[in-house]
Design a protein around this ligand. Structure first.
Ligand SMILES: Nc1ncnc2c1ncn2[C@@H]1O[C@H](COP(=O)(O)OP(=O)(O)O)[C@@H](O)[C@H]1O
Ligand SMILES: [Mg+2]
Length: 405
């Protein structure tokens, strides 16, 4: 098959999905805004051809380019595993009359208000919610819902511009910070533990699923610089505590009529055990969570996805031998990384359980902790026992220190 892959080189996960398609024997044509020579090696090796567009924002021009490619080399599939271009990919499919998600099917995965309206109609528990483009609308929604509330962009990502608000006074402090967000979602704030439910589906049937626990909730990790955010892909996905989330995940996929490919859902587990819906995307999770799935199973779920979307099957062996966790470490201080402490001792203690140690090198500029999920370093570890893995990752979070100045 000739598969057009959008943005095959960026962000860092995309080359591996591109390679997955190549491993299934397809001719992968990359369409991206990077110059060809800047593509990461894994993307370069996996592409049969690459076409550079000046920008993805000029959609009409991009569509014209795709029509041109189609005339020269018949395109059988258009694939995209990155959130910003999901709707554009759907437009391409509609233009070329190809299978896969349409624009109408994609929008409920992008617009958090429409998403929740569809799910409400199907009786799925969402936080009470309103959407608005005006400060006045936020105040009215807050009065209707009652505090605490969560205010966030209608099409956000990575907890950007997302706030917990506990009172009307606090709301007045936050409203001016939201001036640049065109439309916000105002929700009942759900006190809970936070999990994912990620799937690879074929024909609407879940062929593989993964559940991660966020430690702590992303909004807390995002607003406290000292915290090293962890995501733990759980081995015991059939644990009774996860039952309500599993059922919800299945129901959401059905309600939205999702058919083929990756989904990434987030859900909240309240102390009562009740699951509350968070959000869903029609793509894989970011921030190396797909790598966690691979380390937990010793398989290649990037290739598994490619097989699902092009051949309608999933044959990667689901072993669930490990829990696998990522930890994102932030440096102390600003400027350049000067010193890394504790790594040698941690390697001696836990080296056999660590899969990835990827820290910014000494001399590198510290990343802006408010804008990056990856922070200044990533460690991935795995262990068959969940509690042991969590203890190990917590210990790493404490003993590993990166200093910048
Ligand atoms: N209604 C809510 N109640 C409690 N926490 C919320 C709520 N909505 C969002 N959050 C917190 O904010 C984070 C980001 O919100 P989310 O809807 O997942 O947007 P995105 O991940 O696209 O930025 C969530 O992971 C969660 O920690
Ligand atoms: Mg989220």
């Amino acid at each position: 098959m000739n598969v057009l892959m959008l943005s095959p080189g960026f962000p860092v996960e995309q080359p591996f999905f591109t390679r997955g398609l190549a491993r299934r024997g397809h001719h992968v044509i990359g369409l991206g805004d990077q110059p060809q020579h800047d593509l990461p090696p894994v993307a370069k090796e996996s592409l049969a051809a690459y076409v550079q567009v000046a920008s993805f924002t000029d959609e009409e021009r991009v569509l014209a380019t795709v029509a041109d490619i189609h005339r020269k080399a018949h395109i059988d599939r258009v694939e995209c595993t990155w959130e910003p271009y999901m709707v554009l990919a759907a437009r391409m499919r509609e233009m070329l009359g190809l299978p896969g998600m349409t624009v109408a099917e994609t929008i409920p995965f992008r617009d958090k208000e429409q998403m929740k309206r569809v799910l409400d109609r199907k009786g799925i528990r969402t936080p009470r919610h309103f959407s608005t483009t005006q400060a006045k609308g936020v105040r009215e929604a807050a009065a209707e819902i009652g505090y605490p509330i969560c205010v966030k962009p209608i099409a956000g990502a990575g907890s950007a511009d997302t706030y917990r608000v506990d009172s009307a006074e606090q709301l007045e402090e936050i409203l001016p910070l939201l001036g640049h967000v065109p439309e916000v979602s105002v929700e009942e704030f759900i006190e809970a533990d936070e999990y994912t439910f990620d799937t690879v589906c074929v024909g609407g049937e879940i062929k593989y699923f993964n559940i991660c626990r966020y430690r702590p909730r992303p909004l807390i990790g995002k607003t406290n610089e000292w915290i090293s955010q962890q995501t733990v892909a759980m081995r015991d996905v059939m644990h009774p505590d996860l039952e309500s989330g599993r059922q919800m995940g299945q129901a959401v996929i059905q309600a939205l009529g999702f058919k083929d490919g990756f989904t990434h859902m987030e859900w909240y587990r309240q102390a009562s055990g009740e699951a509350v819906f968070g959000e869903i995307a029609a793509r894989p999770p970011g921030a190396n969570t797909v790598d966690l799935m691979n380390f937990a199973n010793d398989f290649d779920v990037h290739e598994g996805w490619a097989e699902a979307v092009t051949e309608g099957s999933f044959s990667q062996p689901i072993r669930r031998s490990y829990n696998a966790a990522s930890l994102f470490k932030r440096a102390q201080g600003q400027g350049r990384i000067r010193h890394i402490e504790g790594l040698d001792a941690l390697m001696a203690d836990y080296g056999e359980h660590l899969c990835v140690v990827d820290l910014l090198p000494v001399g590198a500029q510290r990343r802006n902790w408010k804008q990056t999920l990856r922070s200044d370093g990533m460690i991935i570890g795995r262990h068959p026992d969940y509690a042991t893995l969590c203890e190990m990752m917590d210990d790493i979070g404490i003993r590993l220190q990166i200093y910048a100045e």
